[in-house]
Design a binder for this molecule. Sequence first.
Ligand SMILES: [Zn+2]
Length: 128
Amino acid sequence: MSEMKYQSPVVNPETKPFWDATAEGKFLLKKCNDCGEFHYYPRALCPFCFSDKTEWVESKGTGTVYTHSTMRRAPVPFCLAYVTLDEGPTMMTHIVDCDLEQVAIGKPVKLVLKETDGDAKLPCFTLA
Ligand SMILES: [Zn+2]
C-alpha cells in the first residue's frame, strides 16, 4: 500500500512554537490560565474567554473519534476525521496506519506525527 504524502504546514508567528514542537515529536495545545480550558488550533487569545493568559502544554495525544469519512476512491484511500482530545478540544485530522474499515465513532485513538515535506510533522491519529 502506498503512503499518503503530506505537505508542510503554513506557519505564522502564532503557530510557529506549535510546528517547531512537532518537529521534536511533541503535540502541543494551548491552555488558558484564566478559565482553564484547552483549545486547538493554537491562538494567542483564549476562544472561550478572550484572555491572553494562555500557555503551551503537551497533549497526552489520546482521544476518541467524533466523526469520520473515508475516501475510498482516492489514489491513496484516506480517512478524514474529527477527533475529540481527552483534554477537550475537537480537531480535524486524518486517521492513519490502521484498517480504515475499523474506524468508528467513539473509538479510542492515539497520536501519530506524520512526516511532511518540511521539518514540521502533521498530527494524525491511529486506532488505539
Ligand atoms: Zn479562557
